[in-house]
Design a protein around this ligand. Structure first.
Ligand code: NDP
Length: 283
């Protein structure tokens, strides 16, 4: 019998830890005929290749840089059931296929963040204040997730202020921040931390004082082998901290459940993602 196929489409995508993580979850769920693979797909081929995947045995795919916006456009154009949050965020990271077509599209990055924060904030997110650093794709998901969970105020700082302004124009309740502001939650959605450069130099690129992080919880979307400087600084100060690996596992588990209809074994995913990280330090 031929395998039921899943995969992650990106360009480049060779560094992704998703195959190890998802194949571990498939094994733990006893789905022996299922396989999750890399799908290196240049942008110019995305639109014609993805609709052909269901007929080739694919049940669904994750979508990563640079295809998340294109995946939303494709899902909308082909009449798929697109979740409200994917529409609001403007990005899709999960496509579920029917026998011949894209059946559903979602964004699981946002609920992964909300779930991780809920585990750290016993009183929940309602009424909380947040400072989001960055104005790219992950920042859009973070701002939407925080506002959807009832955050009272979400401020957005970005290196290029006009992008922070544009993001805030898209979300009622988001306000551009010229400098770092005190808040309950700090979320780093910039790419700072990705390169293994000197820790001090890394944090100097962000408008925060690493020795005085006045937040109740710190989130770093970025992850790499060892800790990012921001994650390490939060831990040093005894603050609850969420790293990008926890978010990667969270979004992957939610996608897995949409692909297979069964719960994901988080411990198996975590162990596989961590082991993959020992080989590759990129997300
Ligand atoms: P984008 O390319 O859409 O946005 C990048 C952001 O980083 C922009 O706001 C950009 O600012 C900012 N930036 C880049 N370099 C610097 C710098 N040197 N100093 C200050 N700001 C900088 O990327 P994404 O939003 O998709 O991803 C951001 C990070 O989050 C990546 O590192 C990615 O690996 C990680 N990520 C992790 C996920 C997870 O599951 N853990 C999921 C998605 C992303 P400007 O507008 O000025 O260029």
């Amino acid at each position: 019998m031929s395998a039921v196929r899943l995969g992650v489409a990106g360009w480049p995508v060779a560094h992704s830890r998703s195959p190890q993580m998802q194949n571990a979850a498939l094994a733990a769920a006893g789905l022996r005929d299922w396989r999750y693979q890399l799908l290196p797909l240049p942008p110019e081929l995305f639109g014609e290749t993805v609709p052909a995947l269901p007929a080739a045995g694919f049940r669904g795919i994750n979508v990563t840089i640079p295809h998340k916006q294109r995946a939303l456009e494709l899902a909308l154009a082909t009449g798929a059931a697109v979740s409200d949050r994917a529409r609001a965020i403007g990005a899709v990271n999960t496509l579920v296929f029917g026998p011949q077509r894209i059946a559903a599209a979602d964004n699981t990055d946002a609920p992964a963040l909300t779930a991780a924060l809920d585990r750290r904030l016993p009183d929940g997110l309602a009424g909380a204040t947040a400072l989001v650093l960055g104005a790219g794709g992950s920042a859009r998901a973070a701002v939407w997730a925080l506002l959807d969970a009832g955050a009272a105020q979400v401020r957005v700082w970005n290196r290029s202020p006009q992008r922070a302004q544009a993001l805030c124009d898209a979300f009622d309740g988001a306000i551009p921040a010229g400098t770092a502001q005190p808040a309950d939650i700090l979320v780093n959605c910039t790419a700072v931390g990705l390169d293994a450069v000197a820790q001090d130099a890394e944090l100097a690129e962000l408008p925060i004082d690493p020795d005085a992080l006045r937040y109740r919880v710190v989130v770093d979307f970025v992850y790499r082998e060892g800790a990012t400087a921001l994650f390490a600084a939060a831990r040093r100060q005894g603050l609850p901290a969420i790293d990008g690996l926890e978010l990667l596992i969270g979004q992957g588990a939610l996608s897995f459940e949409q692909f297979t209809g069964v719960p994901a074994d988080l411990d198996a995913m975590r162990a596989a993602a961590a082991a993959a990280g020992a080989l590759s330090s990129a997300p």
